[in-house]
Design a protein around this ligand. Structure first.
Ligand code: HEC
Length: 105
């Protein structure tokens, strides 16, 4: 499948909301329940047609291009979009793409 090949190295599923993701979300004003909703959308609605894509598989600028198209496909509204964006941002901040050692707070 082209999509699986295109996803290349980032075949990990989106991570469940943990304390590091909640912490990162709070720094940008996202409540834990919002992050949880975003995660649920990503692994349920967004995994209807293809495997759920890890937030780190695309830079935020790419997500900005991809999300409007995929939200239409998934028939999700702008409230869902806000939750998904908050989740993607929090994961990217909590789990930076580089291999720097993870702080355990
Ligand atoms: C109705 C089926 C369907 C649903 C639902 C769906 N997708 Fe997709 N998605 C596709 C198809 C088909 C492609 C490949 C073609 C394309 O990029 O439009 C794709 C491609 C992608 C890509 C790769 C695109 C790129 O340019 O890198 C990402 C990331 C993605 N989807 C994320 C999501 C997210 C997040 C959601 C939930 C909001 C979602 N998808 C819901 C069908 C779907």
């Amino acid at each position: 499948m082209a999509l699986l090949i295109a996803s290349g190295c980032a075949t990990q599923p989106p991570p469940p909301v943990d304390s590091a993701i909640i912490f990162a979300g709070e720094l940008s004003g996202a409540a834990p329940d919002q992050l949880q909703r975003g995660y649920s959308f990503m692994v349920i609605e967004c995994a209807d047609c293809h495997r759920a894509v890890h937030p780190n598989a695309r830079a935020m600028s790419k997500w900005d291009e991809i999300l409007p198209r995929m939200l239409r496909k998934a028939t999700l509204d702008e409230l869902a979009e806000r939750d998904i964006r908050a989740y993607i941002r929090a994961v990217q901040n909590a789990q930076p793409n580089d291999s720097a050692p993870r702080s355990t707070y």
